[in-house]
Design a protein around this ligand. Structure first.
Ligand code: MN3
Length: 293
């Protein structure tokens, strides 16, 4: 079962103004093929469906625990997209085209089908698909796939970072580059342990260090690149049988920690009466009540 905590895994700074173009680009990290919905659902199904869990406990613990962290990553991407879309409106009467920005925004779906919120899809408009989930049931093959998936995910995060200069977006992407790097390395380490090789020597994929990105470097300076959080009250204790030894980029010791991240506040988003979000205005309710007698 899941225990939910009403915080984000990291604090996201509120942007000074809306940036619908950045919101759309960042949405790739939600529901693109290599987005957070894909990492979340791949590890979730792999942990649900794994057979002989008691016999391969450290691997089950690792995949199940990373799945829980990925749930927090979709929450981070969603809140970043939402902040980048906040205050898009100047207000106005319904016949004054208060949703006019939909015509110039890269993805009108944010305005037309969503309440100016994150979309379960990618930047190109395609929705996320269950076809992105791979779960063969074979541990080596699934781990090999997860290393590939995290490598594609790292490519995606780096490209979004390179595409978007918005500070709110870069802060969140920098954090995900570091945490996704931990997951990429964990799957390489797990695979290597099974086969007696050091697959972490393949890293980094793509071949650029986290430290090259200032917004990732700041989280490395806090040690986040060497920590595996246990997202549980009292379970998944055998992760440490895999997550140990020197971290691939810096050689610092890997560590499993019991505390969850310090985290940040879930942002309060501005109501948009033009989109009836969260609901119609109190004046309109009064008006309706009068009409109904
Ligand atoms: Mn992730």
């Amino acid at each position: 079962m899941y225990l939910r905590i009403d915080k984000l895994q990291v604090d996201i700074p509120r942007p000074s103004e809306a940036d619908p173009a950045a919101a759309n680009t960042v949405n790739e990290l939600m529901g693109g093929k290599f987005g957070e919905m894909s990492t979340l659902m791949n590890y979730t199904y792999q942990s649900f469906n794994m057979r002989g869990k008691s016999k391969i406990r450290p691997y089950y613990d690792l995949i199940a625990n990373i799945a829980a962290e990925e749930m927090g990553h979709i929450e981070l991407v969603a809140n970043t997209v939402n902040l980048l879309l906040d205050n898009t409106f100047e207000g106005g009467a319904p016949d004054g085209a208060p949703l006019g920005m939909a015509n110039s925004a890269p993805n009108p779906d944010h305005f037309l089908n969503m309440g100016l919120g994150a979309i379960p899809g990618g930047a190109g408009g395609a929705k996320w698909s269950g076809d992105y989930v791979f779960n063969s049931g074979n541990l080596k093959l699934d781990l090999l796939h997860n290393l590939f998936l995290e490598s594609g995910a790292r490519m995606g995060k780096i490209r979004v970072y390179e595409a978007v200069q918005n500070e709110t977006a870069r802060e969140m992407v920098g954090y995900l580059i570091v945490r996704g790097g931990v997951h990429q390395e964990a799957y390489a380490k797990a695979l290597g342990d099974l086969c007696g090789i050091d697959a972490t020597k393949l890293l980094p994929i793509p071949e650029i260090d986290n430290a090259k990105f200032p917004h990732a470097k700041k989280f490395m300076d806090k040690g986040y690149h060497r920590l595996m959080y246990r997202f549980t009250q009292d379970d998944y204790k055998q992760i440490g049988e895999i997550w140990n030894g020197p971290q691939a980029e810096t050689g610092e010791e890997r560590e499993v920690v019991d505390e969850i991240p310090e985290g940040g506040e879930v942002p309060d988003l501005t109501p948009i009466p033009e989109m009836f979000a969260p609901t119609i205005s109190p004046e309109e309710i009064d008006e309706l009540a009068k009409k109904l007698g």
